[in-house]
Design a protein around this ligand. Sequence first.
Ligand SMILES: Nc1ncnc2c1ncn2[C@@H]1O[C@H](COP(=O)(O)OP(=O)(O)O)[C@@H](O)[C@H]1O
Ligand SMILES: [Mg+2]
Length: 431
Amino acid sequence: MALRRVVTVASGKGGVGKSTFAVNYALALSRVGPTVLVDLDTGTSSVRNTINAPVERDLYHLCRRGAPLDRGLTTLPPRLDPKGLFRNFAFVAAPQHAMEDFINFSEVRRDQLIAAINGLQATFAVVDLRAGLDAQVLDFLPHSNSGILVFTPHHPAATMAAAEIVKALLFRKLRLLFAARGPLAERAGIHRQLGTINALLDRVEDSYDEEIPNLDAFLLDLYHAFGDAEVVQALAANVASFCVHFVLNLFDGVHETFDGAVAPFVRSLQRHVSARLSLHNLGWIVTSPEVHRSNQERRPIVLHVPAEGSTEVDPIQRELDALARQAGLDVPSRQQPRPIKDFLLSIDPERALYDQLEVLNAMHRDKGAMRVRDNFAYIVRRAMHLLATLPPDQFGQRRLLTPGEILPSLLESLGGATPGSAAAAAAAPLP
Ligand SMILES: Nc1ncnc2c1ncn2[C@@H]1O[C@H](COP(=O)(O)OP(=O)(O)O)[C@@H](O)[C@H]1O
Ligand SMILES: [Mg+2]
C-alpha cells in the first residue's frame, strides 16, 4: 500500500501543544487507516518523549544508512495498547541528541527526508514540524494549503505567527508562478504584465507599505489595469484555492476562543493576505490536566481507552470505526470557474468572521463541552470530510514536494484551479 496523504502539523511558535496534537491526531487517524507519525521537530524530539515505546532506530540511523523510513518504525508496546486497537499506528522518532545536520537541514538532507517520507507504505503520514517560520519549516509545507496549523487563545503571538506562515506559503507560491522567467513568461504577451505584478507583489509582501495592504487590493488594481487577462485569472484562482486549516488547542469556551484566537487570526489574514482564502476550523482540544498528565506519563491521552468490561462506549472507537467502514478517499473534481468580476466584487470580511463564529457555535452545539478524547475523533472526522470533498492539493497532499518540484506541479494546477472552486468548497455543509 502506497502513501496516500501527507498531513503536516505546524505552529507559528512553540508551546501551543503542536506535538500533543500531532501525536494524538495520528493515533486517532490510525483507526481509519495505517498511519505513520514522523517527528521532524528535531530540536525537541518530543514524540519519543511523550510515547513510552523503546526506539530502536530513529531518523539519525535511517538517514546515515540511507534506509527507507519503514525500516525504522516504532510501534506501540502491548503495555500502551493492550487491545491492539492502535496497531496501525507507528512513528519515526527524531534523533535523541541535538545534531547540527538535524537541526539545520542541508538541502541534501532535506530532499532525503522528503523522499523518505514519500516512500512510506502507509495511508497517512502525519509530520510534526518544528515551530517557526524559517526554511526548515516552510520547505516541508504544502504549496497549496497550510497543512494543519495549531494555535491557542493563550498565546497571541503564536496566533499571529501562524497567520505569517500562511502569508509566507502563499507568497512563495505566487513568486514561483509569476517569476519573470517562470511558467507564465512563456505565454504570449504576458511579459510586461509580469513585471508589474512582481513590483506590486513586493509592495504587498512588505507589511510596512500600507498603500497596497493585501492581495485583494492588489487584485483589484490588476483588474483595473489588465481586465480579466489570463494572469489576473491565474492569480485570483491561486488566492481563492488556497486553504487554511487550523486546530485550536487549550479551548475553554466558544467566546474566549473566538476573541482570543479565531478573530485575531482571521483579521490578520484579511488585513495582510486576503479575505478570500478558505478557512477551515477542524476543531478544538479542551484544556485538560489529563492531557498534560498523559504526556508526562508518556501515554498519550487517546490511548486511554475505557477498561475491558466497562459499560462506557468509547466515542473514539465508535466514531472512527464508522469512518473506517466508509471507503471515502475518492478525489473530488474541481468546480467550474466563476466570472472574475463576480469573484472580485464578492468580498465581505465581516461575513467571514461571522461564519467562523458560527462554525465554533455549531461544533459546540453538536458536541457540547466534549471530553478531550472526543475532540480528536471529531477532528479526524472533519479531516476525513475535507479529504473527501476538497481536491487533493487543498488538504494534506499526496506527497511532499521538494522546492525543485513545486514549479512543475504548479504548472499542472494552472489549468485546473478556478476562483469558484474554493468558494463552493467553503459552502459545503459541515460533516
Ligand atoms: N489540551 C491541553 N491541555 C493541557 N495541557 C496541554 C494541552 N495541550 C498541550 N498541553 C501541555 O502544554 C505543553 C506544550 O505542549 P507541546 O505539545 O509540547 O507543545 P509544542 O509542540 O507546541 O511545543 C506540554 O506540557 C503539554 O503537556
Ligand atoms: Mg513540539
